[in-house]
Design a protein around this ligand. Structure first.
Ligand code: XLS
Ligand code: NI
Ligand code: NI
Length: 442
């Protein structure tokens, strides 16, 4: 492959320089080559760049069009522009030291006038992506289909009241699965897009949920048919764009999958900002998924405490990330998943360099959280406290409760004849919060 022209000529490959570095274009905590437990940090963290934000985000908001203008967004036809943009993207992936990227079909190739034309565009750009992946070693963490931007999807895709739209969405996901497989994608994500509703005055909720489940079954069947081995992931979100999104949170997702017999085929892609929109912490959502062996991957970002929508900011809150990391590591990690920066630059952050500062901050925060979480788990102080708190279930009548040997009558007899009144024990929350702070701030 011929050497492409540099799109970020003034920016070097980002190096790890350690905590004392004052170089804004260096990592202070993330050393991709550092070996921890026989594996590099890069292999532990599996960072991924979200194509839609990093290379299709323009800073547009409801009050005005985009502010971010990239020099490579110029040329005659949309497919050629898409290829040059992709060259810039892969240069970025390499310079920021991200081993993975993620995309929606329509992020990487322009939609055509017909489905056949869209598929043709996609094939042309996927061939280019395949070459770039081979040349750089950057891999596809997951692919997905954009089933929410085009006006045909204004009332949903799989949950659209019009079966014609369901059929179109099915055709689009069929192709998205094929290209994800072609590019060696390790997962495939289903975020609900507009799968939800605005008002029950025009909506049959039960039928829409049945249709969503039918759609997911068709996807499972087709993946099997073509031999796609990637992990299927549901990405829950409670609201936005619709008022009531069907995949509200992880718990709702688990119930939905079990109701429709889909639970064997899916895990969860948990996004920090979606967790907070649902009124949960990031760690809560991780813990709920992990409790059922369904933790799949992370969309790494953050919301704003004062704003109630998906602001998709880069997360530099080491405390929040440390708590999340303890749950992820306790669950045995993310498997084929990774940490995908589903996060965008603020509207006034228009320099190409800002893309680097944003991701450096995110990667450093995660790497630091990873290290602190490992220390916390190795020390085992919280684990010992929790184990002791539940110790009454380890033997005697507590064990009988857990194993199903006790019943209401036997327990009543026990209380009346032997146990009497329980002695309350402190939960020691403030003490534990101080222990946590000592890990974070020394
Ligand atoms: C939107 C979602 C979206 C998914 C991929 O809120 O986070 O970006 O990650 O469709
Ligand atoms: Ni996301
Ligand atoms: Ni989101």
């Amino acid at each position: 492959m011929k050497k492409a022209k540099a799109h970020f000529p003034s920016i070097p490959v980002i190096a790890y320089e350690g905590v004392n570095s004052t170089n804004a274009l260096a990592f202070r905590h993330y050393n991709p080559d550092e070996v921890v437990d026989g594996k590099t940090l890069s292999a532990h963290l599996r960072f991924s760049i979200a194509y839609w934000h990093a290379f299709r985000g323009t800073g547009a908001d409801p009050f005005g069009p985009g502010t971010i203008q990239r020099p490579w967004e110029a040329g005659k036809d949309a497919v050629s522009i898409a290829k040059v943009r992709m060259d810039a993207a892969f240069e970025f992936f390499q310079k920021i030291r991200a081993p993975f990227y993620c995309f929606h079909d329509r992020d990487i190739a322009p939609e055509g006038k017909t489905l056949a034309e869209s598929n043709k565009h996609l094939d042309a750009v996927v061939a280019h992506a395949k070459q770039l992946q081979k040349a750089t070693g950057v891999k596809l963490l997951w692919g997905t289909a954009n089933l929410f931007s085009n006006r045909r999807y204004m009332c949903g895709a799989a949950t659209n009241p019009d079966a014609h739209v369901f059929a179109y969405a099915a055709a689009q996901v069929k192709k998205a699965l094929e290209v994800t497989q072609e590019l060696g994608g390790e997962n495939y994500v289903f975020w609900g897009g507009r799968e939800g509703y605005e008002t029950l005055l025009n909506t049959n909720l039960k039928r829409e949920q049945d249709h969503l489940a039918r759609f997911l079954h068709l996807a499972v069947d087709y993946a099997k048919e073509i031999g796609f081995k990637g992990q299927f992931l549901i990405e829950p979100k409670p609201k936005e764009p619709t008022k009531h999104q069907y995949d509200f949170d992880v718990a709702t997702g688990i119930a939905f999958l079990r109701t429709y017999g889909l639970e064997k085929h899916f895990k969860f892609n948990i996004e920090t900002n979606h967790a907070t929109l649902a009124g949960h912490t990031f760690q809560h959502e991780i813990e709920v998924a992990a409790s059922q062996g369904m933790l799949g991957s992370i969309d790494a970002n953050a919301g704003d405490e004062l704003l109630g929508w998906d602001t998709d900011q880069f997360n530099t809150n080491v405390k929040e990330l440390t708590l999340a990391m303890t749950s992820i590591l306790r669950a045995g990690g993310l498997g084929t998943g990774g940490f995908n920066f589903d996060a965008k630059l603020r509207r006034p952050s228009i320099d190409p360099e800002d893309l680097f500062h944003a991701h450096i901050g995110g990667m450093d925060a995660y790497a630091l959280a990873f290290k602190v979480a490992r220390r916390i788990l190795a020390d085992g102080k919280f684990a010992a406290f929790v184990a002791d708190r539940y110790a009454s279930y380890d033997s005697g009548f507590g064990r009988d409760i857990e194993t199903g040997k006790a019943n209401f009558k036997s327990l009543e007899k026990l209380v009346l004849t032997k146990l009497g009144e329980p002695t309350p024990r402190s939960g020691k929350q403030e003490f534990l919060e101080n222990v946590l702070n000592a890990y974070l701030h020394g």
